[in-house]
Write a protein that binds this ligand. Sequence first.
Ligand code: GLC
Length: 603
Amino acid sequence: MSAIYLLRKISTKTPSRFHRSLFFSTFSKESKPDSSRTNSIRHLSIQRFFPSSIYRFPQSKILPNRKFSTSVETNSSDKRIHVQSGVILERIHKNEEEETVSKVNVETERVVREESEAEKEAWRILENAVVRYCGSPVGTVAANDPGDKMPLNYDQVFIRDFVPSALAFLLKGEGDIVRNFLLHTLQLQSWEKTVDCYSPGQGLMPASFKVRTVALDENTTEEVLDPDFGESAIGRVAPVDSGLWWIILLRAYGKITGDFSLQERIDVQTGIKLIMNLCLADGFDMFPTLLVTDGSCMIDRRMGIHGHPLEIQSLFYSALRCSREMLSVNDSSKNLVRAINNRLSALSFHIREYYWVDIKKINEIYRYKTEEYSTDATNKFNIYPEQIPPWLMDWIPEQGGYLLGNLQPAHMDFRFFTLGNFWSIVSSLATPKQNEAILNLIEAKWDDIIGNMPLKICYPALEYDDWRIITGSDPKNTPWSYHNSGSWPTLLWQFTLACMKMGRPELAEKALAVAEKRLLADRWPEYYDTRSGKFIGKQSRLYQTWTVAGFLTSKLLLANPEMASLLFWEEDYELLDICACGLRKSDRKKCSRVAAKTQILVR
Ligand code: GLC
């Protein structure tokens, strides 16, 4: 029992002024409490953070299968979306000012589409995967494979896995499950968590949670939420991506439903701040990228991605952009907002300039001089040209390029990581030209990245000594399997979003058609194996929820381009002008970013 964190009630009230002031005096980066006080205050604050919210729910009953409502009414935006069995019929704008626009919108938004057999089955599976807590839907289990005798933690609600489910529900017009999920996980964020008596930062979101029924006495039971912050996870990995996904989903919820009141709530604002403060905390870092351990994201096992992996950086960048949009600016948040702006600008410069590779850049690296000691060295990270892997010399196409998997002193990880590259397109972390070039590379390398099942999680696989040394001889991550270059159909929705943003939906449609041919017959596997994604993965779960939801979300996005456009970001030109270093062109010592900026923009 002691390992279970009891969470009995989700408050719909906002925390009092007392709780807010406690937060600011304890956690705001600007106030920097002295370290001897921090631990005890932190402990106290966790207990006190939502004191009024800790009361017992009336004993919960498991309700029979829910029925989804068929319309969502929102207060703040005067929009209503009518939905009937997965088909968005029409959106009505009630506000008179919007009348002219809405006439046009209604035409473009009226989509009447027959669902395929695969879609119908996918909705059935997704609805069966819904988890209820005290009668309300709060998430979806990771997998619902009836033949699986050892579900491990696949019977839990994973934060990252729920994102495509959430989008599918939102695009269908069902917002409650997403709202509940956001509020329940928000409460878990503020809970005490320890691994061998050591606590991670307070803003950490769990990797997953489970609804458990516990006995109070002989006759009564109650439901509790039992989160896993990494203390039970295989390898004890901290899910750095969870908080970032939570922020991204919070924004998506507001954008799609028009219900912005959720993100305006004080407890929700505080949740955003806690995550941001944790990410922006001062440390030893020399780079604006986030420093994390191996396995801190979708690839949650040892795969040699410790340091500054692209996936985390692109999610971090998106979460920064979302937070800047959602945080209400006042005296207590203005320093945080300033820190967010500075970080956004430094991060995009760093990634665009140093993570980008194409044939020209590889040729530059090939001819790099090393051991350059100066502030204006060309080879800033002292990369030895011998690091360029032989496969890359043959593989890199004339057209196109991509962002590196990781960059550290004297180390470039040249593997292509799919999620990080797609999310860089979606969030505009990369330049418009780089974004186009990434899609050109996918097209040129279709057989390697899409093959018989979209999409490879990374390319190529670690083999032989690399596999032994880098994965620690992981039998699940053998070459061309699972995280080591397996193919994950869930990534389809991210690919679809990236293609739609770049005006190339036909690429996504082609990949979706490849997937649709097999997913239903293969019973929605978690991943596929081999170089071309020909076989269902060795240890792959069937009826994997994010495979199902990724497929549905792709379909819905393609059918509703207007909705899709709410989920991506265009280039922010103002960000390019922000520089916190204070050095100008005329100074004796020039700002290296200003000097390099023209290159970044034209590339
Ligand atoms: C695996 C995946 C992880 C996912 C989890 C649940 O651990 O690596 O990304 O969240 O399964 O599906």
